[in-house]
Each structure stands twice: as C-alpha cells, then as structure tokens.
Ligand binder design. Structure first.
Ligand code: GLC
Length: 454
C-alpha cells in the first residue's frame, strides 16, 4: 500500500538557476514545481558546486560512507527550490570545488561519489522513497549502489522503484578505467525508462539515433516511453519578463518591435524593423547543426532580404572559428556572442523574428518553445522533440540534415516576412497561443510514478 503523498527522490547533475549547462537544468528547476504537493512529496539532491551561491543551512555534518575501500566524509546542506518549499539537498565535498559542472577528467569520480552520497543521505532522513527519479548518466550511477542499499536497508529501499530519464543519449559517461557505461547501465537496471519527447523515444531504437545503444533500448522497449518536456511559463513570459525592456502580449505586439530596435542598436546592427532578425541560442556542439549554416545560406539571406543573424552560445572551438569567419565576411549582418548569457537569450527570444534550431538530433529542445512563447517563429529540423512541438502552423520545418534544406526553409521564412505579412502574423498568433506549461507533463509523470509503484 502506498500512502499519499508519493515520495520521489530526484537526482540530476543540474538544477536551474543554480547549476545549468543546458536543458537538463531547466527541467530540474521547473518540472518538480508542477506536481501537486498533496500528491507528490518530491525532494532533489545536487552536488554543492562551489558556483552555487544560494543560501543553504547545514543539515548533516560528517556523514560517512565507504567508497573504493576508503571512508569518505561529506556534509549535507539544505535549501529549497526558489519560490517553493521543495527541499534540495546539497552534498558538500572537496570533489565539487571548481568552476565547471562537468570537469573533463573528474566527472566520473565526481558523480560516482554524489550517487552513493545521495543514497547514504536518504538513510539519514525520515523519508522512504517510492521512486528514485534519475536523470542522465550522472545519476544512473545510483543503480550501481542500489542493490547493496536494498540489502542493507530493506525497510527503506525494498519497495523503491527507479525511473530513469534520458535527456541526451550522446553523453554516456563511459569510463575506460572502470570499463563502464553508466547510461547503458541505467537503461538495463531501471524499472522504467523515459525520454523527453515521444519522437525521440522512437528514434533512439534506430541505428541513426541510438548512439550504439539501440539494441539495449530495444530490449527494454516495453518499459520505455516519451513524455514531452514543458517550460516554466511564468518565468518565460513576455508580459512580465524583467529582462526585456518592453513587455508585450499576443494582443499587442508593438513591444516586440520596440525590443527588436533596442537589440539592433545594442548589437550595432542596422536599426530597422523591416529587416528580419534571426536568432540562434544553443550549446555549440555537434548536436546542434552549426555546420549547416553555409556561406551560400548567409549570402542569399543577406543579399536578398537584408537578414540579420545573432548567434549565442558556448562550445567547441571549431564551430566558433567557423562562425567568426562568417561574421568577418558579413560584418554588418552577423553578430556572435560566445558564452552562456541567459539574459541575452531572453532578449533574443523577444527581439527576434525567427529562431533557428537545425539540430542533427534533439531529445526535446526547450528553446524553440521559449522562442514561440515570445512570438519568434521557429525554423527547425523535423527531429525529436522539435517534431513534436513545431509544424507549419507555428513555424518553418525541414527534413534533411543538409545545408540546402536549412537554406530553403530560411529563405521561405524570409520571403514570407517580406511579402506575406498575414502568414507571419497568423503563425505568430499560433505560436504564442501554444500551451507549453508543465501541467500536462507533470500529470503524465505522476501517472507513470503511480503505475510503477502499483
Ligand atoms: C538535453 C537535450 C535537449 C532537451 C534537454 C532537456 O539538453 O539535448 O533536447 O530539451 O536535455 O530535457
């Protein structure tokens, strides 16, 4: 018998706003808030990265556990998710000192320790988890330790079920020294697996998207599904967003135009509402399709339509180099901002006419939803969660992973912008009318939790 509320212990290596590299952080910072308190008692656990500055109180000092035959001590601090009473336990240990969340040679060690520390922490709390909700490879390491904890603490863990959420199959956490693949282990050992969109859940069963794990995934397909992410629609709200100069709503978009002029001026672009402004905001990684931006594409968009492009993101040097080359070639039309600037990202959603997401693969993608909420029309590849959130009624889509396909989609959009104002207006209305709140997803997760513990 499960007593209400359901007890869920959530482990993800990122939680926005404190620790965010990508969408994982956004999800962890917002989905837990969408559950009804009466139904789900959810608690989160994060390494106390030294970059986290939020106030937290010391809860437990000097907890001990053995790790690789050594005794390891750590402290636990307690804070809450902003504007909620949802507890977040922060594990303090010297391994979490440093500026990066994912330091190159230390990540495995770091999350290995965190995973065992989290289970050890649970034994010290008055909390019997019905569900361990693990996210991505970092938290999958929990499944290494769980059998021992079940044996040693049956009163706490014997009924505990594991839900494993895959946000990105590309990062598997493989560790050659330990000869392990944490992500694969998570898939094998979890009671149930989900990904962050229905389309991605199907795609990963194929060779093209399975990243070498398609066989294992197929063997678990009866316990695998997709639940589409949402976004924090209170935070991402053009009517109230304090990061943008002019707030606006679907009823009156004049503020959007004003924001565009402000941004054009700030970035030293030609200040002109008639010039289409296209934004790209993403990690500059292999996943995101940066190589699809060809010289030809820029040339045609700029020469024929006077298009302006802004790229924002941090990542691989090779992509930066390429973008720098293009920006040098078209100095009046391309702007680059390398770094993770969340304020600028919001300004870009508000100011831009179009939002580019030409991903090679995309488990869900959140930025296209954020952009739509601000009335920036998405131009996306039909893949993963992009396919589940964007169609012709709200934006522009293309299929092939090719420069030409992206170029065509962009040119179509620019053409509409110049000559089919009504089409653009309709898509903008449709975009802004979408419901991307977490309500639906939270109900689906709740149902899944319930099914798992039955
Ligand atoms: C990862 C994926 C992205 C997804 C996010 C949140 O960052 O690459 O597609 O939206 O996780 O689930």
């Amino acid at each position: 018998m499960i007593t209400k509320p359901l007890k869920v212990f959530w482990l993800s290596a990122e939680i926005a706003p404190w620790a965010k590299v990508g969408g994982l952080g956004d999800v962890a910072g917002s989905l837990p808030k969408a559950f009804s308190k009466a139904e789900v008692d959810i608690r989160l656990c994060l390494p106390y990265y030294s970059s986290i500055k939020t106030p937290a109180e010391l809860l437990l000092k000097g907890l001990k556990m053995s790790l690789n035959q050594k005794t390891v001590k750590f402290d636990v601090y307690l804070t809450t998710l902003p504007e909620t009473k949802i507890p977040v336990y922060l594990i303090k240990h010297p391994l979490f000192v440093g500026t990066d969340i994912y330091p190159k040679n230390k990540s495995f060690e770091r999350f290995y320790l965190w995973s065992k520390a989290a289970l050890t922490l649970i034994t010290a709390l008055d909390f019997i988890p019905n569900i361990l909700h693990l996210h991505d490879w970092h938290a999958a390491l929990v499944t290494n330790f769980l059998p021992d904890f079940k044996a040693e603490y049956p009163a706490i863990f014997s009924q505990t079920k594991v839900l494993y959420t895959i946000h990105n199959l590309a990062n598997q956490g493989s560790n050659l020294k330990q000869k392990t693949n944490p992500l694969a282990d998570g898939i094998k050992r979890a009671d149930y697996i989900n990904t962050v969109s229905p389309t991605y859940a199907r795609e990963i069963l194929t060779k093209e998207f399975g990243m070498g794990l398609e066989k294992i995934l197929k063997s678990r397909r009866r316990n695998l599904s997709g639940i589409l992410n949402g976004i924090d629609t209170n935070f991402f709200n053009p009517q109230t967003d304090s990061k943008i100069k002019y707030n606006y709503s679907i009823k009156d978009l004049s503020g959007k135009q004003e924001n565009k002029l402000v941004l054009q001026k700030k970035l030293g672009l030609l200040v002109d509402v008639q010039k289409p402004l296209l934004a790209f905001v993403a990690r500059l990684s292999w996943q995101k399709g940066i190589e699809l931006f060809s010289d030809k594409l820029f040339q045609e968009s700029i020469e024929k339509f006077g298009a302006q492009f802004v790229f924002l993101g941090e990542g691989d040097e090779s992509y930066k180099k390429y973008l720098v080359k293009m920006a040098q070639k078209y100095p009046s039309h391309i702007r680059l901002h390398f770094g993770l600037d969340l304020n600028l990202a919001q300004k870009l959603y508000a100011a831009s006419d179009f939002f580019l997401v030409p991903s090679r693969f995309e488990p869900c993608g959140l930025t296209q939803m954020m952009a739509m909420r601000y009335g920036s029309l998405p131009i996306v590849r039909q893949v993963g969660g992009l396919k589940d959130t964007v169609d012709n009624s709200v934006g522009y889509i293309f299929k092939d992973y090719s420069s030409l396909a992206l170029q065509k989609a962009i040119i179509k959009a620019l053409h509409d912008f110049s000559f089919q104002v009504k089409v653009i207006d309709k898509k903008r209305q449709n975009s802004m009318n979408q419901d991307f709140s977490w309500t639906l997803a939270a109900a689906k997760y709740f149902k899944l939790y319930q099914k798992m513990v039955k």
